[in-house]
Design a protein around this ligand. Structure first.
Ligand code: AMP
Length: 454
């Protein structure tokens, strides 16, 4: 078995790793650390939770230490860019555990907090600057920092930075970093735009990959509930959460408003819940996250942007309350669970207007997500099969008309036939069951099937 000392790390770092409780390198660390130490550019295909921060952080810290140079005032020696404040803080916190006894200084700059303090800190010079692109450009424009001596550029969660519209910022920033540098790009997926970005900014990079693109951690069991609408989603969610009082769940909502509303509702009915989304202040987000980490909060309702890249250990359930518009986002979401060797359960809700989104996700992942309940879920409570809940005509929004409804029912019926399990108990509407428990218990292993023709 490969050890950290096999990878060429210094005794100083090895002792820090031992203190931090890192015993053996993760696959991405095993592959990336020796290459980064050699000075090569790297494209790393890995999700958060695979140990990628240490994969780039450890060799970068070692190379910076060997250089034995101080950062010039208002300059940086290494720049790490990440898409969200939370991720920046998390990366910096992780890197700080490796530099505790060294003079290497790590600084973060993110939006939503006082810029003046950041200007003061940057004035002293910093070894590793971890930043979100927008605030960094703001600081560069104010001449609070220049990047002329940076010899490392790390683009973390590059696909998310693109999704969030940071491409122009990234291009501007990359032009301000010296050409002679080492560039490391990490991304969970490799869409064309990322490949192009890598082609422009990396020199002869080596590619290291731990999870094939689009493929979620194998340990995540995935289920889908076909539902009539939000009410039923909330109903199943409530039951599953109640059935798993010791669980720690993240619930993904498509909109900030939806996240807030759902979180308030769950709170009203007695769950220990917090929400993180773009309308929350930095302080609120941090408190929510701290509560979730220490267990005082059991359910975190989040939007994609707010939850991106956050490392939360021991998440048992990920709920796709709304399916994401972009299939990649599903992979990111379910990557919040089944980390570091733990098992996890991902439960998706699919309303009639979401069937297309589900199909796109399945196509990307090359799997067919199993139906959590064998019961026809669009049936009204106690109604006989085939009878649909009454809906006013005016409620038929785009994608929710009879065609979408038919697609919805077809999708579910087809799956039930394929899965050959007509009435598997679950947190569905009629049996008051518990999708989570069953998914995690006696039915283990049925969570997903590779699609033969994909
Ligand atoms: P990351 O993917 O970098 O966000 O890391 C996910 C989590 O795994 C973080 O909490 C790290 O501290 C932890 N971690 C990373 N590498 C190792 C390792 N080799 N051994 C134990 N824990 C690790």
């Amino acid at each position: 078995m490969t050890t950290f000392s096999d990878l060429g790390l210094s005794p100083q770092l090895l002792s820090m790793l031992a203190t931090a409780g890192y015993e053996t390198p993760t696959p991405i660390q095993e592959k990336a650390i020796p290459i980064v130490l050699e000075g090569r550019d790297v494209i790393g295909l890995a999700q958060t939770g695979t140990g990628k921060t240490a994969a780039f952080g450890l060799p970068m810290i070692q190379n910076l230490t060997v250089e034995n140079r101080r950062a010039d005032p208002r300059n940086v020696r290494a720049l790490v860019l990440a898409p969200t404040r939370e991720l920046v803080n998390q990366i910096a916190a992780n890197l700080k555990t490796f530099v505790a006894k060294s003079p290497i200084r790590i600084t973060t700059v993110v939006g939503g907090v006082s810029i003046n303090r950041q200007i003061e800190t940057l004035a002293r010079g910093t070894d590793i600057l971890v930043a979100t692109p927008g605030r960094l450009l703001d600081l560069i424009n104010r001449k609070a920092v220049t990047l002329t001596t940076a010899r490392f550029l790390v683009l973390d969660e590059a696909d998310q930075m693109l999704d969030l519209g940071f491409i122009h910022d990234l291009r501007k920033i990359s032009r301000l970093v010296p050409k002679k540098r080492q560039t490391l790009l990490f991304s969970a997926t490799m869409p064309k735009a990322i490949a192009e970005l890598a082609g422009d900014y990396l020199t002869d990079p080596l590619r290291v990959e731990v999870t094939p693109p689009g493929k979620a951690a194998d340990k995540v069991e995935q289920y889908v509930h076909f539902v009539a609408g939000k009410e039923q989603k909330t109903d199943i969610l409530r039951k599953t959460l109640a059935d798993n009082p010791d669980g720690r769940s993240i619930v993904f909502s498509r909109t900030k408003h939806g996240a807030e509303k759902l979180s308030k509702h769950l709170e009203t009915i007695g769950f220990k819940v917090a929400s993180i989304h773009g309308n929350k202040s930095q302080g609120q987000r941090e408190r929510a996250l701290a509560g979730f980490k220490d267990g005082t909060i059991k359910v975190l309702v989040a939007t994609d942007v707010a939850a991106r890249g956050i490392d939360i250990p021991a998440v048992t359930h990920v709920f796709n309350y709304d399916l994401p518009e972009v299939p990649d986002a599903y992979v990111h979401r379910i990557g919040r669970t089944a980390r570091a060797g733990r098992d996890g359960i991902a439960i998706a809700f699919c309303a009639p207007d979401e069937v297309r989104l589900l199909r796109d996700i399945e196509k990307l992942m090359k799997i067919e997500i199993a139906v959590a309940s064998g019961e026809p879920p669009v049936r009204a409570q106690g109604a006989p099969a085939g009878q649909q809940p009454k809906r006013k005509q005016s409620q038929h929004r785009k994608g929710q008309g009879p065609a979408a409804q038919a697609a919805h029912e077809n999708a579910q019926a087809k799956r039930n036939r394929r899965n050959n399990r007509p009435a598997r108990p679950s947190g569905g509407q009629n049996n008051g069951g518990n999708a989570g428990q069953n998914a995690g218990g006696q039915n283990r292993g049925n969570g997903q099937r590779r699609r033969e023709t994909a």
